[in-house]
Ligand binder design. Structure first.
Ligand code: SF4
Length: 456
């Protein structure tokens, strides 16, 4: 049996892929861990192919069609998942759909699939393929329990396009999060029980996966269980890697944890600050995790232990007024976060905020491709959708102005040019109206040239 696994790309990015690279985007940040794991769980007797549409657009070869296609998508990529699924099914190929969107909307996904997997598939994937081979497959598959994460095979990155990823050594050491923020789909997809892989499995996987020294862990919250995190960091130390991951800001209360993280090679973390207002954090069900009055001290703690921070903020909660954009950027600039990300609140299916907005009739009647944290897809309480959208873009632009960027990066000494480039690329990826680098350089050169001429 010939099996193909596809990770669809968001239409938004796909358009950029096509316009920038004539149909092919050569490089992206991370390879998709979930597809690499499903590939590893696929029995060797099957012929297997993987396609990550972030780096190559899936092409259907009618001369050599797979027998089964598996597609995993989030909400923003669900329309592309359905498009691919419909095309393959028209050609007689069996289609299995999974991922966070299909988990939250199995009825909808079933209209485009022969089978839908709800939740995790680690422990049933081989059985599902066996059912398809025999022709005895079911319409819905659901594991009895969440995966134990013990004894998972080494990710099959050997099947992905070489040279397509800036961080090809990307792994996952844990799943789930003990918290339950109203806007986050982690809990509805992976549950509230924080589960982690045995440390020796993680170490073996890193050792056996070739690539640069730079490692990314896609855990939702790598420091959620501090005791386990400390054990993991002690074990990572011997590998002499440099790594980045995600954690909650309250992890910085434990300085021993930060010291061990630093010694193990932790150099950057994505932290969900979300809001600087206690009232908003209460609304987001995150006030037990984030306390605005402690932000300054905690950010400083991370910095003291050499951890660069990408702080993430979300706009659009009911408790927010129009001044939230200005206040948030002012905080982000003053706290000298290394990078910041400003998202629009997105009611992903499966989250409590989706259920509430749906009940209140506040969801816009638009396609899932708009649900990617960059576009407004609901009616906010205290501002118009346009004001929310404009405010979010204002925050991006303001944080990444030349003067604000300089304030942040000047402290990096000889590394300042590198950090400037990182700031520039990050803002450019997220704000398409930032002029291309070449234009910035040309403009700067013109200014220098003009000044020199005037002096002469
Ligand atoms: S702490 Fe982070 S990962 Fe956990 S539920 Fe909240 S937003 Fe999601």
């Amino acid at each position: 049996m010939y099996v193909k696994l596809i990770y669809p790309s968001h239409d938004f990015y796909n358009k950029r892929v096509i316009s920038e690279n004539g149909g092919r985007r050569r490089r992206t940040l991370f390879p998709p861990v979930n597809i690499a794991l499903l590939a590893a769980l696929t029995p060797l007797k099957y012929r297997l192919e993987v396609v990550d549409e972030n780096v190559e657009v899936d092409s259907i070869n009618t001369e050599d069609l797979p027998d089964v296609v598996g597609i995993s998508a989030m909400t923003g990529t669900a329309p592309r998942m359905y498009e691919l699924a419909d095309e393959y099914r028209m050609l007689g190929v069996k289609v299995i759909l999974g991922g966070s969107h299909a988990t939250a909307m199995p009825g909808e996904a079933l209209k485009h699939a022969d089978a839908v997997v709800i939740g995790e598939a680690d422990e049933i994937w081989a059985d599902i393929l066996n059912d398809f081979e025999k022709g005895t497959y079911k319409r819905i598959y659901k594991q009895k329990n969440y995966s134990s994460l013990k004894g998972l095979p080494i990710l099959r990155y050997d099947l992905f396009q070489e040279g397509s990823y800036y961080m090809p050594r990307t792994f996952q050491t844990s799943r789930g999060c003990p918290y339950n923020c109203s806007f986050c789909s982690v809990t509805s997809t992976f549950g509230r029980r924080y589960r982690h892989r045995p440390i020796e499995d993680v170490i073996r996987e890193i050792k056996e996966t070739p690539g640069p020294n730079l490692v990314a862990f896609t855990d939702d919250n790598i420091m959620a269980d501090r005791r386990r995190a400390k054990e993991l960091f002690k074990a990572l130390k011997e590998l002499k890697i440099i790594w980045a991951s995600q954690a909650s800001i309250n992890s910085a209360r434990d300085t021993e944890l930060l010291r061990l993280a630093q010694e193990s090679g932790c150099r950057a973390l994505f932290i969900g600050i979300e809001s600087i207002s206690e009232e908003t954090l209460k609304e987001a069900n995150k006030s037990g995790v984030n306390r605005p009055k402690d932000y300054g001290k905690l950010i400083e703690n991370f910095r003291r232990y050499g951890v660069r921070l990408l702080g993430s903020f979300v706009f659009g909660f009911d408790t927010e007024e129009r001044d939230v954009f200005y206040k948030t950027v002012r905080f982000a600039v003053n706290s000298k976060l290394d990078l910041a990300q400003f998202s629009v609140l997105t009611p992903f299916p499966g989250t409590s905020i989706y259920d509430r907005f749906k009940e209140e009739g506040r969801l816009m009647d638009i396609g899932w491709e708009h649900f990617y944290q960059g576009e407004v897809c609901f009616y906010p309480m205290r501002m118009s959708p346009q004001e929310l959208q404009r405010g979010q873009r204002y925050a991006w632009r303001k944080f990444y102005t030349t003067s604000n960027t300089l304030k942040r990066i000047i402290r990096y000494g000889k590394y300042t040019p590198i950090y400037w480039l990182v700031n520039y690329i990050f803002s450019q990826i997220n704000l398409s109206d930032v002029p291309p680098l070449v234009n910035v350089v040309k403009k700067a050169w013109k200014m220098v040239d003009k000044t020199v001429r005037l002096r002469a």
